[in-house]
Design a binder for this molecule. Structure first.
Ligand code: PLP
Length: 423
């Protein structure tokens, strides 16, 4: 038996409180699109373990890559050594991204990738004689991770970090995108950003935001024209552009990368989450050559586990697996089923809106939900769904088949129907 009392007394879970531990469910294994609980119940997974497990669990190709690599070497320092898994993964990442992105920095997690990207941009500006630049610019309602640099560009109020604001560097925050992905574009939408950049470009190191999908900050899907206009404004004013694709990368929005909806390329790109197919933590920062070669010397960043061979080998296997199948059709068909499946939720009391983009489905409630109560109701209904605030959302593994998607959406409907106003 698992010692769940120990878990409650001694282990922190994400965003949790040791004094009043949140509900947790013991899981013993996972396979395909199902998580198996210690009591034998199986849950259809609607979360992909936070955007990561795009191929589901116990993927034979990824297991094989992990075993093969573990018999060569699990890890070796990347300082003054190099290895095939890192080189292959670097080649893979450049091959699936725009040709303009040509340099790769490997890091351990999404937050660290954001730190490295911000540092890279700052060092570039310094080396280019623009030392007066000292701030970043970003949208409100953004999320970029939990470390100090990343926190400083998260939403200053709702970004989970407001209690640290006096310890953080102060950056420029712009009203978040309002024009939805499918809405009619009007140039007034870009005005707040344009005005801010006009006013502050001389001190702005870089603009950083999540392209197309604002994740934790509202699960809002916005118009690709924002990306095009911001790219051209950044070019006009000589300000670097950083896209945080940690959540959206590797097909989730229907394109391999969300920036491809707009046909523009950032100077610096952050990847993470689904990079290893959800097997282990790894992230990457890609940049264009003018950044990579314009930094005036060594880039002073070098995580101990940089380019960990196990993680790199699994990541390459995950990309191979994605490319070996018609993943666009897979994501499209999942998208169609999700759209059909959550449509009835729109008429339920307490529901403010529903929306789908790629393999992401969102039911936005009018009020914040009682998260633990809803999670428990979802588990009773046989599905794994973890809402936050007023957002109940699904982002299943791409391999999910129609009957499971229908069961997942059916449970979503009945749980929302039975819990119209939980808080
Ligand atoms: C999850 C996430 C991060 C942070 O990644 P970690 O691996 O949790 O550090 C950063 N940016 C975005 C957009 C994310 O979704």
């Amino acid at each position: 038996m698992m010692d769940l009392q120990f878990d409650r007394d001694h282990l922190w879970h994400p965003y949790s409180n040791l004094s009043s531990p949140a509900l947790t469910f013991p899981v013993v294994s996972a396979e395909g699109v199902r998580l198996k609980l210690a009591d034998g119940r199986e849950l259809i997974d609607g979360m992909s373990s936070w955007w990561a497990c795009i191929h589901g669990y116990q993927v034979p190709e990824l297991n094989a890559a992990l075993h093969r690599q573990s018999e060569q070497m699990a890890h070796v320092m990347f300082g003054s050594l190099t290895h095939e898994p890192a080189i292959r993964l670097g080649q893979h990442l450049l091959a699936i991204n725009d040709d303009a992105l040509s340099q790769v920095f490997f890091a351990d997690s999404g937050s660290v990738a954001v730190e490295a990207a911000m540092k890279m941009a700052a060092q570039y500006c310094h080396a280019q004689g623009m030392s007066q630049k000292k701030r970043f610019m970003t949208f409100r309602s953004g999320y970029h991770g939990d470390t100090f640099g990343a926190m400083s560009v998260c939403d200053p109020v709702n970004g989970m970090h407001h209690m640290f604001s006096r310890l953080l560097n102060q950056h420029h925050f712009i009203d978040p995108p309002r024009c939805g992905f499918d809405d009619a574009w009007d140039d007034v939408y870009i005005e707040p950003f344009k005005k801010a950049l006009e006013r502050h470009h001389e001190e702005t190191i870089a603009v950083i935001f999540e392209p197309i999908v604002q994740g934790v900050g509202g699960m809002f899907f916005y118009h690709p024209e924002y990306l095009r206009q911001i790219r051209s404004l950044c070019d006009e004013y000589g300000v670097l552009l950083i896209f945080d694709e940690i959540a959206t990368g590797f097909g989730r929005t229907g394109k391999m990368f969300a920036y491809q909806h707009a046909g523009v390329v950032p100077d610096i790109l952050c990847l993470g989450k689904a990079l290893t197919g959800g097997y282990m933590t790894l992230s990457a920062v890609l940049c264009q050559p003018h950044v990579g070669h314009g930094m005036g010397g060594n880039f002073m960043h070098g995580p101990t586990f940089m380019a960990n061979p196990l993680a790199c080998a699994v990541a390459s296997a995950s990309i191979d697996l994605l490319l070996a199948k018609d993943w666009q059709s897979e994501v499209q068909s999942l998208s169609d089923q999700l759209r059909k499946g959550i449509a009835p939720c729109a008429d339920l009391p307490g529901v403010a809106a529903t929306r789908v983009l790629g393999a992401i489905a969102v039911v936005e409630m009018e009020n914040p939900v009682d998260v633990d109560r809803l999670i428990a109701a979802f588990v009773d209904a046989g599905v794994w769904v973890r809402p936050f605030s007023n957002l109940i959302y699904l982002m299943p593994p791409y391999i999910m088949q129609t009957p499971d998607t229908e069961a997942l959406c059916g449970s979503l409907y009945s749980v929302i129907k039975n819990n119209p106003n939980t808080q």
